[in-house]
Design a protein around this ligand. Structure first.
Ligand code: ZN
Length: 69
């Protein structure tokens, strides 16, 4: 798997989160990060993309199942 944020190959100890991996470096950076830090925007964008993808996947699954539309 590759890290959602830095796109580096992650090791097995990484955080896996909604099917996406975040390496320990990025995880640590996220924990320490404040809004004022440079790079925060990039990470927020990566997370937004992740949520969006999760949302679309969930929605598509519902559509395919033929649930009430
Ligand atoms: Zn990373």
């Amino acid at each position: 798997m590759e890290c959602l944020i830095c796109q580096r190959a992650t090791d097995s100890g990484c955080l896996v989160f909604c099917g996406e991996a975040i390496c320990s470096d990025c995880e640590m950076r996220l924990m320490e990060q404040t809004v004022d830090d440079p790079g925060y925007e990039t990470q927020v964008r990566a997370f937004r993309l992740l949520w969006q993808r999760q949302f679309l996947a969930t929605r598509d699954r519902h559509l395919m199942d033929g649930d009430s539309v």
